[in-house]
Design a protein around this ligand. Structure first.
Ligand code: ZN
Ligand code: ZN
Ligand code: ZN
Ligand code: ZN
Length: 236
C-alpha cells in the first residue's frame, strides 16, 4: 500500500489531525453515482453493440465490472441467456409445454386480449397491463432486487428490463421508487462503490481496491472498506 498520501488538516484550535488518504479512494456524491452508472452503460452498449436496455441487464449480470465484458464474445448467445435478455431454446421448449399455444388470454388472470392491453418481454409471455402493474409494483417494494426481477411466468428466466418499469408504471410514486432501485442495485452489486455508513452523510467511496482497510470519510466516520463496519483491527 505504498500509494498513501498523508494529509494534515488544521481544525480550528484543536490539535492537528492526521488523515491518511489512499489515492485510489475517491469520495463521490449521489449525482456522480448516476453519472458513473450512465458511463458504464454507454461503454457496454458500444462495446457489445447492444440496445441500452440489454446493456443494462448485461452490466447488472456482470456486477458493473467492465473487465468482464471481454468474456462476452466467447459465447454471445449463451451470455444473452445468462444475462436474462433471452431464453434458451431448451427453457423455451420446457416452458411451452405448460402454455396453451397462441393463447389469447392473459397468463395470470385469463383476461382476453383487446385494445392493445397485453405486454411481454423477449420471451413473449403475454400478460395484461393490470397484471403487469400489480406484479411490478410488488417488485418495486424490494429495491435491491427489483431491477433483476424475472418475467412472472413460472420458470421463465427473462429479466424485466429497466425501461419496461416506466412503460407500465407511469405514476410518480413508482418513478421515484424506480430511481431509488436503480441506484441501490448499482451500489449493491458494484464492488468499486461503497456508501458511507453514517446515515447523515451522502457520500460514497469509489475504489478499485476491495481489500479490508480503514476508510475515513470527510464526515469523520471511519469504517472498514470491505465489510462497512466500524474500523476494526487488523483492518488490512
Ligand atoms: Zn392479467
Ligand atoms: Zn417470460
Ligand atoms: Zn461519510
Ligand atoms: Zn472489515
Amino acid at each position: 500500500m505504498g500509494n498513501a498520501k498523508i494529509k494534515k488538516k488544521e481544525n480550528n484550535n484543536e490539535n492537528n489531525i492526521l488523515i491518511i488518504v489512499n489515492l485510489y479512494d475517491k469520495f463521490i456524491e449521489e449525482s456522480e453515482i448516476v453519472a458513473e452508472r450512465e458511463a458504464l452503460i454507454k461503454e457496454a452498449k458500444e462495446k457489445l453493440f447492444l440496445k441500452r436496455e440489454d446493456a443494462i441487464l448485461v452490466m447488472i449480470y456482470y456486477k458493473w465490472n467492465l473487465d468482464k465484458l471481454d468474456n462476452w464474445y466467447d459465447s454471445p448467445e449463451e451470455n444473452k441467456v445468462k444475462a436474462g435478455i433471452e431464453l434458451s431454446e431448451k427453457t423455451k421448449e420446457e416452458l411451452d409445454k405448460n402454455i396453451p399455444l397462441n393463447s389469447k388470454n392473459c397468463l395470470i388472470c385469463e383476461e382476453e386480449e383487446k385494445n392493445n392491453n397485453f405486454r411481454s418481454l423477449n420471451c413473449k409471455h403475454q400478460f395484461c397491463i393490470n397484471c403487469w402493474e400489480e406484479y411490478l409494483k410488488e417488485k418495486l417494494k424490494y429495491p435491491l432486487e427489483a431491477l433483476y426481477a424475472n418475467c412472472p411466468q413460472n420458470g421463465c428466466t427473462c429479466k424485466v428490463y429497466e425501461k419496461f418499469y416506466s412503460e407500465i408504471l407511469k405514476d410518480e410514486n413508482s418513478q421515484v421508487k424506480l430511481e431509488k432501485a436503480k441506484n441501490k442495485n448499482f451500489i449493491d452489486r458494484n464492488d468499486d462503490i461503497k456508501q458511507c455508513p453514517n446515515e447523515n452523510c451522502n457520500l460514497y467511496i469509489k475504489s478499485n481496491k476491495h481489500y479490508a482497510r480503514e476508510i475515513i470519510c470527510p464526515c469523520r466516520a471511519s469504517f472498514c472498506y470491505k465489510c462497512s463496519k466500524e474500523s476494526h483491527s487488523p483492518c488490512t
